[in-house]
Design a protein around this ligand. Structure first.
Ligand code: ADP
Ligand code: MG
Length: 668
């Protein structure tokens, strides 16, 4: 219960941002209710005019006379009261003041309004109807305003929460994001938040008004007969138990449906994300089956919610009736037996009258109505709260690469990058529940500024993992990574990353213009810098041949470009960043020889004055003239490191095994 309480508080904090709108909507509601009351009270003059043969003029005259008579009575009472009875004197004077106020108001009405009111009864009636019509129209206007206000408060709140959700997700580290998964993120930011929206709306409408109504009725019931009311209230915990029972199950079921909604998203994303493969391999049936299963799960979960909701309503209503009975049965006993005790317990101050019992009954029944209304929105609230937990859970999730509390200032890297005894293990377990093996095992490696170091090793040997530590995609479990002697965990991540350029095998481009895709590397870059970067990356040639040049929109994931073109744009993006550290993760693998030449030429120029890591599973001989040293990884361990000649001398087997293709002439 306290957990969900916290969620209510958090939502209220969001709503509190729009307190002006909230106040306005309450004002609107008050105006609406005032007009509502006024419309109802118009029934009074209608009845007067129709049945009592009064015109409004006569009515007001009579009313004034009656009030004045009351005032006269009061002043007579006042004369009789001794001066010492201050309390009662004040009371009577207060009443007199009130009556005089009425007289003043009525007199004003007589003088200013009544000259406009017709004397004829039918004309009066018509005027009243006209007022009724106008009042209804005005009331309708305020209802409109109020609904708009409540609607916009709900939408603004939910938008703010969605924004925070997005921001929180962006702050997360790569591993956590991978564990949550994009479809789950999507369903949280759409479906789950939508469930919250419904709950907040219900909250604003029903959950504020109904408990107040119930509370007022209960209070009044206590006033009528506190002993019997207490009896009935003692049954309330029972009602609480019922709500609790259903609440827990509803929440669990809601969680499950949201998870299956996330699976539906996943299924859609996976199927259509790989549309090319799906169509090529005609995998429709498999995907349809997956979708069917996810959809069926969702149905099962939803039906469970429907069932729980449908059950909770009649049961809570029955419990409510039991509460009323708890008071009513002994009450009836008291009335019908004309006594004030049951089994020797005093239950009423004096034998109860039927009127008293009837009032008590009406009041307790008046408490029941809100309970019934609450139980009908109960399901919605619980759904929303389950959504709320998932959404706030995401907002609260902390990154595993926290920012340092007092970051050190990073001067551009200029001397040494060192990995000191780093070990790393990916989170989670395999299918048998055994934790994953170490992906990196006690690696120590120093790289001087200006080196071009090739990190080679077979698939899964830990090359990408090792270099993921440098931009802090994750932190090592043990050991440190230092840049120029400073532990990178002591640097602001944004500053650290601003020094690093990354080009991967799979080039990630956004569905935007070529210009913007390059500028992504450095948002402050001028057009000239972008053109230069494209030039250096040998991309300018093909870009200029495109009809729209730099303004060409390249399609989703850069789908309208060839692989080599995409890679050159990715290179340009890294170049325009002007990083002191460049990481090429398999950027030279699986490219045609022309692209390899391009990268070679680009690096020859660009590597000067930077530290460059070339990650590759098979180092092409073309790069050997650039590479200063080679680090060889195997099963997460550093097998050897040195210049080509050193490796040739000390660990030729390693080079051979890794298929590092070394020309005979060099080996000699
Ligand atoms: P390389 O880049 O040398 O091919 P990686 O560094 O990508 O190798 O992977 C090293 C090991 O870590 C592999 O055994 C791989 O299965 C595992 N691994 C890589 N990424 C993840 C991940 N996100 N979650 C779990 N294990 C991973
Ligand atoms: Mg890799």
């Amino acid at each position: 219960m306290d957990g969900s309480m916290q969620n209510y508080v958090r939502i209220s904090l969001y709503v509190f941002r729009y307190r002006k709108l909230v106040t306005l909507s309450v004002v609107c509601a008050l105006i609406v209710s005032a007009f509502w009351a006024m419309n109802l009270s118009l029934a009074f003059p209608v009845v007067k005019v129709l049945f009592e043969n009064d015109s409004l003029h006569e009515f007001v005259d009579k009313e004034i006379a009656a009030r004045q008579a009351t005032i006269a009575e009061h002043s007579a009472t006042l004369l009789q009261l001794p001066d010492s009875d201050v309390k009662r004197r004040a009371r009577v004077q207060y009443l007199m003041g009130e009556q005089s106020g009425y007289v003043l108001m009525l007199t004003r009405i007589r003088n200013s309004v009544l000259p406009w009111v017709p004397q004829d009864r039918f004309d009066t009636m018509a005027a009243i109807l006209l007022i009724l019509l106008l009042a209804t129209v005005v009331k309708g206007m305020f209802i409109y305003f109020q609904e708009l206000l409540v609607g916009s408060i709900v939408q603004l709140t939910v938008n703010a929460i969605r924004q925070d959700c997005f921001r929180a997700a962006l702050r997360l580290d790569i591993q956590s994001l991978g564990n949550i998964g994009t479809p789950s993120l999507m369903s949280r930011m759409t479906n789950d938040i939508e469930q919250m929206t419904q709950a907040i709306r219900v909250f604003g409408v029903t959950l504020v008004r109904e408990p107040l109504k119930a509370g007022a009725c209960t209070l009044w019931a206590f006033f009528v007969n506190w002993r019997l009311a207490l009896l009935s209230v003692t049954m309330v915990p029972l009602l609480g138990l019922v709500f609790n029972f259903f609440g827990k199950r509803l929440r669990r079921a809601s969680h499950r449906t949201m998870e299956s909604m996330a699976r539906i998203y996943e299924c859609i994303a996976e199927t259509f994300g790989a549309a090319r493969i799906v169509i090529a391999f005609s995998g429709f049936r498999k995907h349809r089956r997956q979708f069917l299963k996810a959809n069926r799960d969702y149905y099962t979960g939803s039906m469970k919610i429907v069932m729980l909701g449908a059950l909770s309503r009649p049961i809570s209503e029955t419990m409510g009736v039991l509460c009323v009975f708890a008071a009513l049965a002994p009450g009836a006993y008291l009335v019908l037996r004309q006594t004030d005790t049951i089994l020797g317990i005093q239950l009423a101050a004096e034998p109860m009258s039927i009127a008293e019992l009837a009032t008590l009954y009406a009041l307790l029944a008046g408490t029941l109505d809100p309970v019934r209304k609450l139980s009908s929105v109960f399901e919605q609230i619980k759904r929303g709260m389950a959504g709320c937990e998932r959404v706030f859970g995401l907002i609260d999730q902390r990154t595993t690469v926290p920012e340092p509390p007092t970051p050190r200032v990073l001067i551009p890297h200029n001397s040494l990058i060192s990995f000191k005894n780093v070990s790393f293990r990916y989170e989670g377990t395999d299918t048998e529940g055994i934790p994953r093996p170490l992906a990196l095992r006690n690696i120590s490696l120093d790289i001087r500024f200006g080196e071009v170091i090739a990190v080679v090793g077979g698939n899964g040997s830990g090359k990408s993992t090792l270099l993921s530590l440098l931009p802090r995609f994750m932190d090592p479990a043990e050991g440190q990574v230092l840049i120029d002697g400073v532990d990178i965990r002591e640097l602001r991540t944004s500053e650290l990353r601003s020094q690093i350029g990354l080009v991967t095998q799979e080039t990630f481009l956004f569905n935007d213009t070529i210009y913007e895709n390059i500028r992504y590397g450095n948002p402050t870059a001028t057009a000239e810098m972008i053109h230069q970067a494209a030039e250096k990356a040998q991309a300018a040639g093909f870009i200029n041949q495109l009809p729209e040049g730099y303004q060409t929109v390249i399609g989703e994931k850069g789908g309208r470009l060839s692989g080599g073109q995409r890679q050159r744009i990715a290179l340009a993006r890294a170049i325009v960043r002007n990083p002191s550290i460049l990481i090429l993760d398999e950027a030279t693998s699986a490219v045609d020889s022309h692209s390899e030449d391009v990268i070679h030429t680009v690096l020859k120029d660009f590597a000067v004055g930077r530290t460059v890591f070339i990650i590759t599973h098979s180092l092409s001989s073309a790069f050997l003239d650039l590479v200063t040293r080679i680090a060889v990884l195997e099963h997460g361990q550093l097998r050897a490191v040195g210049t080509v000649a050193e490796l040739q001398q000390h660990a030729p087997a390693v080079l051979h095994m890794l298929q590092v293709d070394i020309p005979q002439t060099r080996a000699a």
